[in-house]
Design a protein around this ligand. Structure first.
Ligand SMILES: [Zn+2]
Ligand SMILES: [Zn+2]
Length: 148
């Protein structure tokens, strides 16, 4: 969260949700806030575990419903990797993921130069390109240390 601060992102997201006419419930706010503040790309289960003790009437279903809504509104991206459960990423500026093959940790990095690839692809193929996906795989520092 470097470019815009969390509060601004939170307020803008709430405005966007209000425009769609949904009710802003305390649970909805909590899920949204958690997604903005955490950088770990959590699963629905992890979000539930992190929030349930402060929100007594929160259920896994509530978390899922909110994630589905946020996805429809364009606030979050769902990341699917094989048959592991989906992880969720609050949409900030375009970025790519490096995934640890051992523990599944996902880290963000930016590489703006790669945006040119869309233009090039569209030039070469005549297709209207509107997105791309790049994933890198490796081992995180913690997993590397375990080997020593
Ligand atoms: Zn790891
Ligand atoms: Zn990410």
């Amino acid at each position: 969260m470097t470019i815009i601060d969390c509060d601004t992102m939170f307020n803008e997201s709430i405005e966007k949700l209000k425009e769609t006419g949904v009710r802003i419930t305390p649970q909805r706010k909590a899920v949204l806030e958690y997604l903005i503040e955490t950088e770990t790309h959590p699963t629905a289960d992890e979000i539930f575990k992190a929030l349930s003790h402060n929100h007594k009437n929160m259920s896994v279903a509530t978390v899922y419903n909110n994630l589905k809504l946020f996805k429809e509104v364009g606030l979050v991206t769902e990341l699917t990797y094989g048959d592991a459960s989906s992880r969720f990423d609050f949409k900030t500026s375009p970025h790519y993921h490096v995934i640890c093959k051992d523990c599944g940790k996902i880290m963000d990095f930016q590489y703006p130069a790669l945006e040119e690839v869309e233009e090039l692809a569209s030039l070469l193929t005549g297709m209207e390109v509107d997105g791309h996906r790049l994933e890198l795989y490796g081992r995180c520092r913690t997993c590397n240390k375990k080997e020593d």
